[in-house]
Ligand binder design. Structure first.
Ligand SMILES: Cc1cc2nc3c(=O)[nH]c(=O)nc-3n(C[C@H](O)[C@H](O)[C@H](O)COP(=O)(O)OP(=O)(O)OC[C@H]3O[C@@H](n4cnc5c(N)ncnc54)[C@H](O)[C@@H]3O)c2cc1C
Length: 386
C-alpha cells in the first residue's frame, strides 16, 4: 500500500483516527485535509464520554475496542482520561436482565468491572441521587471522559510522527478526476491528488459527499451541554449518570461531576428525534427551553437542587445517519470514496472502531477486526437515502 495516496477530508476525531490507523496498516501516503484546525468541529464540543454500558453484543464490542484504544493513548501518550465511571439508570425491571447480560458480554470483550446495581446500592454510593422510580443501573467503574479537543491535537501529532500530513486551513472546495483516474481535490491550500478519499467530514459529510459525487444521507442534529455551578462542593463526586436507555424513542438527561463545585449536564439520545440543521448553523449557547428541561429532569434525579445554577453552555452537532448507526466503508456508487461518518452522539467513543473499520476496507477491501457485524456498512446508503 506504499504507493496508494489517501486523502482524509476532516480533521475531527474520526478523520485523524482513520489517518493514524491507515499509517499503522502500512499506507505510506496519507494526508488529512481540515477546513480549520483539528478538533474545530463536533469533536471539540463534545462531553467526551468513553464507555461500554450498552446492551447489544455489537454495540459493546466496538465500544470495548474504543475503550482499550483510549486507555492506550492515556498510558503511552499521557492523554487525559478521567475514569469517573458511567451509570446507566433504568425505570424498567425488564432492563435489569439485559443489564446482567451486558455485564457478561462486556467480560467477553475484556471489560471485567461492569456491574448491575440495585437502587439501594446506588444510594449507598451516591446519596445525592433520587432513585424512587428507578429499578437499578448498569455501572462501568473504569469508564470516563476524555477531552475531544485534546484527543484531536494528540492524534494530529501522532499522524505527523507516523509520516502523515495534516493540512490545516485547507477546506476542500471541489473535486475532479485527474488524468490517471485519481481524484483531484481543490483545497484552500492547493490541489491534492488522491487514489482514495475518505469522507470524515462529520456534520459536513453530506456537503462533502455531494462534492465528491458520492452522496450520503446525513442528518446533522443540534445538541448542547451546560455547566452546573454548585454553591457547596459535592462529595462524593458523581459518575456520568445517564437517565436514558438506547432504543427508548426519546431523550434523557445526563450529568456528571466535572470537579467538586461544577457539573456538566445535557440531553442525549442515540435516535433522530429532532429536525436536521445546517452544519453551518451558528453555534451559540443552548436555548432557554433546553436549560429548563435539563433543570427539571435533574431536579427529579438529585436530592438537593437548591445550590445548583446553570453556568455557561454550548451547542454542537451530532452527525446522525437516518438509522442512527455510523456509515463506514466504500461508497456503493464510488468505491474510491470511503465513508467514515454518521457517528451521532457517540463519535468520540466509536472513533477507534470506525477508524479501524474504514482503514481495513482501504487496505484489505473488507474489515475483519470485529466478530459481530455492527451494521455500519456503507452498502446500505442507497436504501437509507430513499
Ligand atoms: C454537546 C455534545 C456532546 C457530545 N458528547 C459525546 C460524548 O460524550 N461521547 C461521544 O462519544 N460523543 C459525543 N458527542 C458526539 C461527538 O462529538 C461526535 O460524534 C464526533 O465528534 C464526530 O466526529 P467527526 O470527526 O465525525 O466530526 P467533527 O469533529 O465535526 O470533524 C469533522 C471535521 O471536518 C471538517 N470539515 C468539514 N468540511 C470540510 C471540508 N470541505 N474540507 C475539509 N474539512 C472539512 C470540519 O472543520 C471538522 O473539523 C457529543 C457531541 C456534542 C455536540
Amino acid at each position: 500500500m506504499n504507493d496508494v495516496r489517501v486523502a482524509v477530508i476532516g480533521g475531527g476525531i474520526i478523520g485523524l483516527s482513520t489517518a493514524l490507523e491507515l499509517l499503522r496498516l502500512g499506507v505510506g501516503d496519507v494526508t488529512v485535509l481540515e477546513a480549520k484546525h483539528p478538533g474545530e468541529g463536533s469533536s471539540g464540543r463534545s462531553v467526551g464520554m468513553v464507555e461500554t454500558q450498552y446492551l447489544d453484543t455489537a454495540d459493546i464490542e466496538v465500544r470495548a475496542f474504543g475503550h482499550a484504544r483510549f486507555t492506550a493513548l492515556e498510558r503511552d501518550h499521557g492523554l487525559g482520561f478521567v475514569h469517573g465511571g458511567y451509570l446507566r439508570l433504568t425505570h424498567d425491571e425488564a432492563d435489569l436482565e439485559r443489564f446482567a447480560a451486558s455485564v457478561a458480554i462486556q467480560a467477553e470483550f475484556g471489560v471485567h468491572d461492569a456491574v448491575v446495581l440495585t437502587p439501594g446500592e446506588i444510594a449507598s454510593r451516591w446519596p445525592q441521587l433520587v432513585l424512587d422510580d428507578r429499578a437499578g443501573a448498569l455501572f462501568g467503574p473504569s469508564d470516563g471522559h476524555v477531552d475531544g479537543y485534546e484527543c484531536c491535537v494528540l492524534l494530529a501529532r501522532l499522524v505527523q510522527q507516523a509520516g502523515g500530513r495534516v493540512l490545516t486551513n485547507s477546506a476542500v472546495r471541489a473535486a475532479d478526476v485527474g488524468p490517471q483516474g485519481e481524484r483531484v481535490l481543490t483545497t484552500d491550500s492547493g490541489a491534492v491528488h488522491a487514489d482514495i478519499v475518505v469522507n470524515a467530514a462529520g456534520g459536513w459529510a453530506g456537503v462533502v459527499g455531494e462534492l465528491l459525487g458520492a452522496p450520503v444521507p446525513l442528518r446533522p442534529q443540534l445538541h448542547g451541554a451546560v455547566t452546573i455551578e454548585l454553591e457547596r462542593p459535592m462529595s462524593p463526586l458523581l459518575p456520568f449518570v445517564m437517565d436514558y436507555v438506547p432504543g427508548s424513542g426519546t431523550d434523557g438527561v445526563y450529568f456528571r461531576s466535572e470537579r467538586a463545585d461544577q457539573m456538566i449536564a445535557g440531553l442525549h439520545t442515540d435516535e433522530v428525534i429532532h429536525g436536521s440543521v445546517s452544519p453551518d448553523v451558528p453555534l451559540g449557547q443552548v436555548s432557554q427551553d433546553f436549560v429548563e428541561r435539563v433543570s427539571t429532569l435533574m431536579a427529579v434525579r438529585m436530592a438537593d437542587c437548591d445550590g445548583l445554577a446553570v453556568g455557561r453552555s454550548w451547542n454542537g452537532i451530532y452527525p446522525m445517519s437516518p438509522d442512527h448507526r455510523p456509515i463506514v466503508g466504500p461508497h456503493p456508487d464510488a468505491p474510491e470514496v470511503v465513508c467514515a461518518l454518521g457517528a451521532g452522539g457517540s463519535g468520540i467513543q466509536l472513533s477507534p472502531a470506525i477508524a479501524r473499520m474504514a482503514a481495513e476496507t482501504v487496505v484489505d477491501g473488507r474489515s475483519t477486526t470485529f466478530s459481530t457485524d455492527p451494521g455500519w456498512s456503507a452498502a446500505r446508503i442507497n436504501d437509507l437515502s430513499h
